[in-house]
Ligand binder design. Sequence first.
Ligand SMILES: Nc1ncnc2c1ncn2[C@@H]1O[C@H](COP(=O)(O)OP(=O)(O)OP(=O)(O)O)[C@@H](O)[C@H]1O
Ligand SMILES: [Mg+2]
Length: 252
Amino acid sequence: MPLTADKMSDSALRMANISLTFADGTQALENLNLNIQSGEFVSIVGPSGCGKSTLLRLASGLLAQTQGLCDVDRTSLGYVFQDPTLLPWRTVRRNVELNAELAGMDKPSRQKAADTAIDLVNLTGYEDKYPKQLSGGMKMRCSLARALVLQPNLFLFDEPFAALDEITREHLNDELLHLFQNQHFASLFITHSIQEAVFLSTRVLVMSARPGRIIAEHAVDFPYPRHPDIRYQSDFAEICGKISADLKVAHS
Ligand SMILES: Nc1ncnc2c1ncn2[C@@H]1O[C@H](COP(=O)(O)OP(=O)(O)OP(=O)(O)O)[C@@H](O)[C@H]1O
Ligand SMILES: [Mg+2]
């Protein structure tokens, strides 16, 4: 069924029949279709090297597709990488201000926006610390705050919590869901953790081995707010099992 004008205006990201081949001939993506509506949290799992980071770089405009249509509003985009990529010579506040500074926001406004973002990620009290004085989880919170400062409509996450221990990761997952509910952004989240994908998402997509395309889709119907303990429910385990089975197919 074609999208109505109303529905299209709710679209945060639209990719149709995307293929992407690098200059050396490596085909990373083939015939990939992906739609994300405003307010959706979509996660992607897939084999290593299947093209997940390439897909995010394409969505952000860092790469261009070889074929197909990619429609993203890049005026309001947040991008969080696996590595927090903080500037070591800047304090937490000055790191968080960075994107606002690059966007040309005046000093009082960006300081106010930075303080709000720091508060949202629970880093209040650490504004004047330097990255080397922070734990891994705090560095990721700082990186998240830096992206939040411009209040993006669409967030791209490339395995942001992969390097953290399980407890810290679950804690940050809880906090991220809290932000998602309060800030109303759409998300495209890449992870290797099926549990993380299911806990966070409204939909989980599975990508094939390279060249990557979407081979399965699972709606996750648990209502928000999601209690941390849903991770131990049998219906949570059931959906994780289905995604795991699809991933095994993707690897084969
Ligand atoms: N600039 C490039 N030139 C040529 N090939 C590239 C380039 N960047 C990535 N690739 C190749 O494209 C494929 C997809 O890479 P990508 O980084 O998107 O994988 P991924 O799914 O994110 O993997 P991982 O889960 O390990 O992070 C890989 O085979 C990779 O070697
Ligand atoms: Mg990657």
